[in-house]
Design a binder for this molecule. Structure first.
Ligand SMILES: [Zn+2]
Length: 278
């Protein structure tokens, strides 16, 4: 074989591999549509023997700042709403780091409206002990009491929030996970409420957009939410509502982040119920 033939063969091989990978992603999208409700039933089945219907689900997304809901949780919010799940948002700060709290609150409401969550289902906390500040240590007891009261007041049976690495590593995100873990381990969460943490992935996987899907598919997770191009457009439109945050690197994030297309979750294990702490 001469070098020209080898080069042509190499090009064919690369094109074949790329096309096969894209076909694989397309197939996974189709499979995902059918498997999402099954995964939800499985997750809820861990807590209850009865069959789960999407309309019975009341999901609370707990975030730290305005824009977390679309930067990190958009695929879940869009997919759950598509299934007719009632989705609510609890944001624990106004995002007042640059004294833009009022503006950012409105941007959050606009973003939620684009995603499909009405104002009446959005709660924004403005507490002086919960500043938008990566250097601030949020009190686990304060955050956990705010969350558990909200769960009880609205009878939520599903809570979605950050994991122990907070996706971006922000201390306020991690504080929420610590608070929810505390509630879980001390048995303070209602019996029928499932707690889910959004899996933090490494930098390489994080910025290859939807091309990351086969990896997420292969790795174990208890719930996987994936949006198609229509869902992505909605997530992007929600991101554009946060105009005060649209610096150049946010545009890169919108283009390349896998969290604009894919969310994977793990169950936060719960300890014995009604445990008394002395
Ligand atoms: Zn945040």
């Amino acid at each position: 074989m001469n070098t020209v033939t080898v080069k042509i063969m190499s090009v064919y091989l690369i094109v074949f591999v790329v096309l096969s990978y894209l076909v694989l992603i397309k197939c996974l999208y189709y499979r995902h549509r059918r498997s999402l409700m099954k995964s939800l039933s499985h997750v809820m089945g861990v807590l209850s023997d009865r069959d789960t219907h999407a309309a019975d689900l009341r999901a609370l997304v707990v975030t730290a700042h305005p824009d977390d809901e679309c930067m990190f949780f958009a695929p879940s919010i869009i997919q759950l709403l598509d299934l007719n799940v009632s989705v609510y948002l609890l944001c624990l700060s106004e995002g007042n780091y640059y004294n833009q709290g009022a503006l950012r609150r409105q941007e959050l409401l606009d973003s939620c409206a684009v995603l499909g969550i009405p104002d009446s289902r959005v709660t924004v906390i403005n507490h002086k002990k919960l500043p938008d500040d990566p250097k601030a240590e949020w009190s686990v007891s304060l955050v956990s009491s705010l969350i558990v009261n909200h769960i009880r007041d609205h009878s939520f049976n599903m809570v979605l929030t950050f994991d122990g690495r907070g996706v971006s590593g922000h201390a306020n995100h991690i504080a929420i996970y610590k608070a929810v873990s505390h509630l879980a381990s001390t048995g303070q969460v209602p019996n029928d409420c499932c707690l889910l943490s959004l899996t933090t992935i490494g930098l390489l996987r994080k910025y290859i957009s939807f091309l990351e899907l086969p990896i997420s598919w292969l790795l174990p997770s208890c719930l996987r939410c994936v949006v198609d191009s229509q869902g992505y457009k909605k997530a992007r439109a929600a991101m554009f509502c946060h105009r005060s945050q649209l610096l150049w690197f946010r545009h890169l994030y919108i283009t390349f982040s896998r969290y604009m297309y894919i969310n994977t979750f793990q169950i936060i294990p719960q300890g014995p119920k009604n445990l008394k702490i002395y």
